[in-house]
Each structure stands twice: as C-alpha cells, then as structure tokens.
Design a binder for this molecule. Structure first.
Ligand code: PEP
Ligand code: MN
Length: 347
C-alpha cells in the first residue's frame, strides 16, 4: 500500500497516519520524499479496512494498493528511476557505469594490474571474486579473506569502488567491510536466507538473474532485499539457459526494456557470462548501451590464458580498450536519450 500525503501535510499528520497504520497491525516500511511525503506500508491479508480509514485521515492525498506482486521495486511504487549511491557516485543516473575486472582475484600482481588498467580506460568499479561459486569442488574456490584484502588495496591505489560476490549469510558482514557493492551470483538469486540478511546490509546489492529464472522471479528476489530494509538494489542480466549451445548462456537483451517498464531499479548487462567467449563480448557491450541498460559488468584479465576461472570469456587489455573505444558513439546517444528522459520526467 502507498500513501501519498498532501504537499502541505504537517509532521503531526504524517505521524498520525503512521500510528493508524500500526494500529491496523501493518508495518511502515519507508517514508520518502521532501515536497510530498510518500509512505510505504507492508501488510499481509486484506488491507481494505486500513486503506479506507487512511484515505480520510487529515493530510492524506491518496492511499492505493500496489497490485503487482513485487511492491517496493515496482514502478507503481516509484515511477522515477532509482539512483543507487556508491562512494559519492551513483548507478542509475545520467552516467553509464562500467564495472570490470577479473572473474577471480588470483594474486596481488594480477588484481593491481587489472585495477590500474580498468581505471585508466574509464572503468568506475572493479570486479573480482574472492569467494567463488564453482561447479566443481575441485576447481579454484577463491582467495577468500586474502582476496578481499587485495581488493581493498586495489581500491586504495586506484580510487575504484569494489564489487565482489557474497555466497553465504555468514560472510555478509566480513565482505561488507571490504566491498562497496555486494554481488549475489546467479546461483544464489533465490537463496532467500541470504537475501533477507542482505536486506540488513548497509551496502548496495548487485543481484544477478538466476540462469533459469524469469524476470518476475528476479524482481521478487529484489523485493526480498528491499522488504527487509535495503532499497539499494542493482539488477543484472547475465544470460539465461536456453536450448542454444552456441553461447554459454543466451543474453536476454529484452530483459532490459522489460525491467525498465516494471521497476525503478537500475539494470546492468554482464556480457561475459552470457557469451562465454571473448569475441561475443564487445558486440553485447554495444547492445547493452543501445538498449538502455545503466551499465556493464565485464570480465577482463591481464592474461586470460592463465586465468584460474572464466579465462575464455575474459577480455585481455587491448581487447577491453578497443571495446571501450567502440562504445563511445553509442554512449553519446545514450547520454542524449537519458537526459531527454530525465527532462521529461522532471517536467
Ligand atoms: C561471476 O561474476 O564471476 C559469476 C560467477 O557470475 P554468475 O553468478 O553470473 O555466474
Ligand atoms: Mn566469472
């Protein structure tokens, strides 16, 4: 349920509405807005009685039920795009954000070289897994705490923010100490205990779409995080499993405009895990810009041949540099389109 207060509603009226909501046994989830206060309410069961009572409370402009199954991440709840704050910058605003780095943190030299390179060609966020979800238990599992420390060192040297994967509830607080954004991998998109814990994290969450998940399921997982208190969620399309075997996964490019219709959350494309091999990555990067994504997360490695994970899909430095170069004309159009949208939304 969303309650919009009148622009001249007093604090007393807002407090009164919140008290009434609680009396009905519902929870005030969020209170947003400066000029016009919007109160988000979560409640199980039939909210009709509460809705009717609140509608006539002093200072209330409207009280409406959100019909979509995902509430707080829906456009119904918030029509304007969300900007997710990250270290003074933001994701979902008027800048297309490139996150890049190796699949896994492997050594100090590897991550420092990657970080310096990513920063030098305009990347804003360094990726690198310290805790790795691997299909085989015999494959490299990540450097864990040591890897987190190296990521922090790379951030100190370059100013890049850090995104890294969290696989389990018990690692959330440790990883939050080192990372600026916590990544939920495709395999954990429906790990509901993890999602609930991330709802209590102060860090933004990069939520990847499960490889066999629908867009609705992705949004329901994002709803878990927001309903548990963390509104800062970034969605990521990373390819889904289809009958097609020519690529590792099928990049569902239409997920971007579909999500843009349904949610105010930013959407990234991960072309690396979709493509599964280098040559397909740059065209998918261009597609991401053209289709209106908010950014990219791309795997890049100083020497993909020696990578401990996902070498085949990792770009080397010259490939990454030319991909970034090729992106420029697309980014110009992206910026024009984005500012036109912002102006239209403001007017
Ligand atoms: C990764 O980012 O390296 C990764 C494991 O991604 P995904 O969860 O999308 O497979
Ligand atoms: Mn990977």
């Amino acid at each position: 349920m969303i309650i919009s207060m009148k622009p001249d509603a007093t604090q007393e009226q807002i407090d009164h509405v919140c008290d009434r909501i609680r009396e009905f046994g519902y929870k005030v989830h969020s209170i947003q807005g400066e000029e016009r206060v919007v109160i988000g309410v979560i409640g199980m069961g039939d909210v009709s009685a509460c809705l009717e009572a609140i509608e006539v409370a002093p200072g209330v402009a409207s009280a409406v039920r959100i019909s979509s199954p995902f509430k707080f991440v829906s456009k119904e709840f918030k029509p304007q795009r969300s900007r997710i704050p990250v270290n003074g910058g933001s994701i979902g605003g008027d800048e297309f954000i490139v996150m890049a780095g190796p699949c896994s943190v492997e050594s100090e030299q590897q991550i420092m070289e990657a970080a310096e390179f990513v920063a030098s060609v305009g990347g804003k966020i360094l990726r690198g897994g310290a805790f790795k979800p691997r299909t085989s238990p015999y494959d490299f599992q990540g450097m864990e705490l040591e890897g987190l420390k190296l990521l922090a060192k790379a951030r100190a040297a370059t100013g890049l923010s850090i995104v890294t994967e969290v696989m389990s509830e018990q690692d959330v607080s440790l990883i939050s100490e080192y990372a600026d954004i916590l990544q939920v991998g495709a395999r954990n998109m429906q790990n509901f205990a993890l999602l609930k814990t991330l709802g209590r994290s102060p860090r933004p969450i990069l939520l990847k779409r499960g490889m066999s998940s629908t867009i609705k399921e992705l949004l329901m997982s994002a709803e878990y995080i927001t309903a548990h208190g963390n509104p800062n969620v970034i969605l990521c399309e990373r390819g889904i499993r289809t009958f097609e075997t020519a690529t590792r996964n099928t990049c569902d490019i239409s997920a971007v405009p579909v999500l843009n219709e349904l949610t105010h959350l930013p959407v990234l494309i991960d072309p690396s895990h979709a493509a599964g091999r280098q040559s397909i990555v740059p065209p998918l990067c261009r597609a991401a810009v053209a289709v209106g994504a908010d950014g990219l997360i791309v795997e890049v490695h100083p020497c993909p041949e020696k990578a401990k994970s996902d070498g085949a899909q990792s770009l080397n430095f010259p490939q990454f540099r030319s991909m970034m170069q090729e992106l420029k004309p697309y980014l110009k159009i992206w910026k024009e389109a984005r500012s036109a949208q912002s102006t239209a939304a403001a007017g």
